[in-house]
Design a protein around this ligand. Sequence first.
Ligand code: AP5
Length: 218
Amino acid sequence: MRLILLGPPGAGKGTQAKVLSQQFEIPHISTGDMLRQVVSQGTPFGRLAKGYMDKGELVPDDVVIQIVQERLQLPDAKSGFMLDGFPRTLAQAEALDKALQVSAAPVDLVINFHTSQEVSISRLGGRRVCKKCNANYHIKNMPPKREGICDSCSGELYQREDDTPSTVMNRLKVYEEQTKELIGYYKAKGILRRVDGDLEVNGANRSLLEIFKKEALK
Ligand code: AP5
């Protein structure tokens, strides 16, 4: 199964991708996670990416496209993948199509997480992430058993630097201006399906599984 999860910040793409990647045994490829890893290494490229991410702007296409192309070459992506946060521009979508044409393995489905702005804002404001294993929590919706501590690995939970109110607002604006047009792009290809991103986690997962069943995807 080759899947793209599309939707605004806070739609729950990462949360669903983690569950689906276990359910279907395919890698969850998140450009946000990959970029945050590079940022944490403090390389010149990491510093460049951080400048964009801290403001809620997109990292330049050529850089992100190269990272994804390299990731898709790894053996675990040969039998399928779940892209989360990529593509985010028309140029990225076209580059992905071109890269997949070579292996004659196009994207099967694009899931559009239709999410209201109020929900996105409230989810991002309360998000906490584990420093060690990247697990995702929410102070109200999905609180950890012990405050500030990851249930899975006891790592410390932190608030992402781009989850501040002003950066969240800019990320939502950037989504509207630069990413939302991909809905039309994939609709025209006949591979776009919609889920209600405002649903709670299990409800959204059930909707996704129903879509995959209907499409006979494995
Ligand atoms: P990225 O990390 O991709 O951020 P994003 O797209 O803004 O998405 P989020 O991770 O914020 O939201 P999500 O939909 O995954 O929600 P989540 O499941 O975590 O990108 C960050 C930055 O990197 C970008 O701004 C850009 O600078 C750069 N970048 C990345 N990719 C790029 C690209 N392709 N090109 C250029 N630049 C790029 O959930 C959020 C919260 O809600 C959590 O607390 C969770 O616990 C909770 N929650 C989730 N689902 C539910 C639910 N159903 N009900 C209740 N609570 C829920």
